[in-house]
Write a protein that binds this ligand. Structure first.
Ligand SMILES: [Cu+2]
Length: 236
């Protein structure tokens, strides 16, 4: 048992090294990804709101395609952003109930946005980039007027934490395995190793799941398919 455990523990540490580098390599080779979201403008009770009022982005830079749909029955709404100087861009314009409009902007960093070839600092909200509805912005405080935010998801930080946990439990497994090999064995050594290894695989599964959900672009899904076979010769 103990030699097998040492081999397995060594494998965990070695396998962890390329995994840790995976995110970095992907970030360098993949061009700016695109995220398409639909945001509705509607009245809930007596309040005009965006639904959702948060656009979560998995990373920066990212190209954001926002389709704004006025889902209201009587109220006019817009999806609008300001820069720090109060200049309005991008802006869907004021839409009547039932109308749609799409704006495409690039969030370069959380303090730098590019739209229509212009790069500027967008107006900030409490925890992200602010967007609002021109007729219903009101006080402009999130939770009062019709405002929302583009927020950078904490998924990258979560994965970093999980990787630290994976490395930590791998090291603990190694320490127990080395001690067992040196003859410092107690009755519970196997139980400790089982728990530590279980934690390694559990954290690895969660980390891979978060990575897949937050960082794999949706566009990849329909590209994984059999290539279309086209005959170049006349076929008669
Ligand atoms: Cu509105």
């Amino acid at each position: 048992m103990s030699r097998f455990a040492l081999i397995l523990a060594t494998f965990l540490v070695v396998a962890g090294i390329p995994l840790a580098g995976l995110a970095t390599v992907n970030a360098q080779t993949v061009p700016t990804p695109t995220l398409s979201v639909t945001v509705f403008g509607e009245t809930v009770g007596s309040r005009q709101v965006f639904a959702p009022d948060q656009i979560l982005i998995p990373q920066v830079p990212i190209q954001l395609v926002v389709t704004f749909h006025n889902n209201d029955t009587v109220m006019d709404h817009s999806f609008t952003m300001n820069d720090v100087n109060g200049t309005v861009h991008p802006n869907t314009g004021i839409l009547s109930p039932g109308q749609n409009a799409t704006v495409t902007l690039t969030v370069i960093t959380m303090t730098q946005v590019s739209f229509n070839g212009t790069t500027y600092t967008p107006e900030a909200g409490p925890s992200g980039i602010l967007f609002y509805c021109i007729p219903h912005r009101g006080t402009g405080i999130v939770g009062q007027g019709m405002v929302g935010q583009i927020i950078l998801s904490m998924a990258a930080l979560a994965i970093a934490g999980l990787v630290v946990g994976i490395v930590w439990f791998s090291i603990l497994t190694m320490i127990v395995a080395v001690q067992v090999l040196q003859g410092i064995e107690d009755a519970a050594a196997d139980s400790y190793m089982a728990i530590f290894m279980g934690m390694v695989f559990l954290l690895l599964a969660v980390a891979l799941d978060v990575y897949r959900k937050e960082f794999m672009p949706d566009e990849l899904i329909h590209k994984i398919r059999r290539p279309k076979i086209v005959l170049h010769l006349a076929f008669r």
